[in-house]
Design a protein around this ligand. Structure first.
Ligand SMILES: *Cc1c(COP(=O)(O)O)cnc(C)c1O
Length: 386
């Protein structure tokens, strides 16, 4: 039976706590970066276990600043995966540097350390792995390469706030790790992000860079007893997080572990329901020594045997009132990247294989068992009608 109302993909899960906190912040008169943001940074840093946590107004801003903070500029190369959101590579270009792609592993869909090593040149400065869908990248191999070739590691953990790799929390391994609080992410605050680092120097540079390059945060300037003029010590960015957004993020963070438990249940429900569907490839089994953040549950559709394009499959699910997503179509095949760097089909066969077949099903702590059953029924119905 067709679901009655449309199941929106990636709808945020909000509680009364967030609403009350936002209202209190609005009434307080301090909407910009202030005490709520400072508290959010403290709690996030405690959750991750990093020395420093620097809030920003998006993960894109955070990735840009982390690279800038590490001194990345013209002539430098940054190695990343083509199977990610475009902003992961765009920020490298914002620094005046060149993004270099390394293909993914066909089973885990994460960047393959063997491919990374093949791409290292004298110009390489940073490896930028992405913990796709919340599955941790093989960080011991990435860290080993970084040591061997004296490279920095900046992690895109937009999907992976809850992830662990071999006993280490994601956010405590690389030189800097960047998290996203965009609407669809596990911790959402509209727009927002966080950078974690254990480097005091990087922390100091990024805090100044984040707000116009001013030597002191605005709210500290206004709250000191005596007036003091600000000093611009570099041409910084406008990347600070507002207290309105932090009011939401604070309560989202406090619920993060509970929400993961629910997503783990949904993950198992999908795995069980689709176990015998021969035209689907399910997410690879999860290694025992890692914790997958389970941000996205994606499947590969066998487009050859079914003789159907993935996008047609997405459309058919929409007709069943089920929203889904594509995470991701490979960056090297995007028009700008083809035109600028001369990429074409065949350059990264594994990323292309996955990118042509992948489909994310609704996943989130706000889904009821009935919602999940609707998704399962719709997928099976579409699959068997093809
Ligand atoms: C969402 C996302 C980003 C960007 O996050 P924003 O906070 O929207 O800037 C970066 N990388 C990946 C893998 C993402 O999914």
């Amino acid at each position: 039976m067709k679901r009655k109302d449309f199941l929106v993909f990636g709808k945020p899960f909000i509680g009364e706590e967030e609403i009350k906190e936002v209202v209190a912040t609005l009434r307080s008169g301090w909407w910009g970066t202030g005490p709520k943001t400072e508290l959010f940074e403290k709690e996030f840093g405690d959750y991750v276990g990093s020395e420093h946590a620097i809030s920003v107004n998006s993960a894109t801003a955070g990735l840009h600043m982390a690279l800038k903070g590490l001194g990345i500029g013209p002539g430098d190369e940054v190695i990343t995966t083509p199977l990610t959101f475009v902003s992961t590579a765009n920020v490298v270009i914002h620094c005046g540097a060149t993004p270099v792609f390394a293909d993914v592993n066909r089973e885990t869909w994460n960047i393959d350390p063997v491919e990374v090593e093949k791409k290292i040149t004298k110009k390489t400065k940073v490896i930028l792995p992405v913990h796709l869908h919340g599955r941790p990248v093989e960080m011991d191999k990435i860290t080993k390469l970084a040591k061997k070739y004296k490279l920095k590691v900046v992690e895109d953990a937009a999907h992976a706030a809850e992830a662990f790799y071999k006993g280490k929390k994601i956010g405590t391994i690389g030189d800097a790790t960047v998290f996203s609080f965009y609407v669809t992410k596990n911790i959402a605050c509209g727009e927002g992000g966080m950078i974690t680092t254990d480097s005091k120097k990087l922390d100091r540079v990024m805090r100044v860079m984040r707000l116009h390059g001013l030597s002191r945060d605005a709210w500290k300037r206004y709250s000191v007893k005596h007036f003091s003029l600000y000093e611009a010590v570099m041409p910084g960015y406008k990347y600070n997080l507002t207290d309105i957004a932090s009011s939401i993020g604070l309560h989202q963070l406090r619920r993060v572990e509970k929400n993961l438990k629910r997503r783990q249940e949904i993950w198992q429900m999908y795995n069980k329901a689709f176990a015998n569907e021969s035209f689907l490839t399910l997410p690879a089994p999860i290694d025992k020594d890692v914790r997958h953040a389970m941000h996205l549950y994606a499947i590969l559709v066998d487009i050859k045997k079914l003789k159907v394009k993935r996008n047609v499959f997405v459309d058919k699910l929409i007709k069943e009132n089920i929203g889904s997503g594509v995470h991701f179509f490979p960056i090297h095949l995007q028009p700008y990247y083809r035109k600028t760097y001369g990429y074409h089909r065949g350059d990264f066969p594994n990323a292309e294989y996955v990118g042509d077949r992948i489909l994310s099903l609704p996943m989130g702590a706000n889904l009821t068992d009935a919602d999940v059953a609707d998704v399962i029924n719709a997928v099976k119905k579409v699959l068997h009608a093809l």
